[in-house]
Design a protein around this ligand. Sequence first.
Ligand SMILES: *Cc1c(COP(=O)(O)O)cnc(C)c1O
Length: 339
Amino acid sequence: MIVDLRSDTVTRPTAGMKEAMMNAPVGDDVFGEDESVNALEEKAAALFGMEAGIFCPSGTMTNQIAIKCFTRPMDEVIADETAHVYRYEGGGIAFNSAASVRLLYGDRGRLNPELIEPAINPDNIHHPRTSLVVLENTVNRGGGSCYTVGQIEPVYHLCRLKKLKLHLDGARVFNALVETGDDPKNYGRMFDGISVCLSKGLGAPVGSVLLGSLETIYQARRIRKVLGGGMRQAGFLAAAGIYALDHHVQRLKEDHQHARAIGIALAELPFVIRVLPVDTNIIIFELDPKHQADEFVLRLKHAGILCNTFGEQMIRFVTHLDVTGEMVDYTIGALRKMR
Ligand SMILES: *Cc1c(COP(=O)(O)O)cnc(C)c1O
């Protein structure tokens, strides 16, 4: 058996999703004529109570477009030091937006007004102009930690007061929503931009949607074109996204249950010294100093379990659509045999 816990990006389209893709009505989306892309953008926007959406090839692109929309060159962006937009988007904030980043040390990647407020620069020509706060939900490097609407609300109020834009890197926003039970419309009310990834736990092969006001998304269409992200008959991919929103959201709870079961088993192993709280579908754990993460990952690979290191002593597992209950049991059994 092969259990691929490297990332929730490794999912493959299900039979139902493939059928939806093959039957999708398509057109030239650069002309705005792809019915499936339009339907996906409208559906995602309506779900979050936002005015408009734009389908993009990746979550990186939706984040980078949003940052470009919400900043001017020489501005500063506030984000947690673990933020995907800072760590894993290749320096894109500097390259695409000519903006600097003020990094904060949040609670497993989660920020609050007490952290953010002192980092907002006063209006003074010496300082870059603070114009944007980026939150991530769930937080990847925080081990899938998530914000509730109640925790986002005070950040939103601070941003309004200080006239800052607020963007959500919601690559795993549905993991947060099914876990907290929060209404996505509350997100639409608070954020100026939301990136929603369809190709992570939702199981679509490609694509993310950026949501925002009509004005923001109009600007986003220009930027997407400049970045080379204007796609033609993209409806085949958008149809997979629509299918994912219809069929794969509620089942994310199953991934969370699977992750918790693995987390509990890991905590009982003598060579595991720490398991971060398992809030959603990500499990991060630390090995004792007698073990090296890269060597441990290799040994797991021999047992058919694929995963990634997350530091010298740390390993990350991610559960997803293609990880069955049987695979979870197998993984727990294999872990218990490790020394
Ligand atoms: C995966 C991910 C993204 C987007 O990644 P792409 O591979 O570009 O789609 C953005 N933010 C977070 C937190 C992610 O985990």
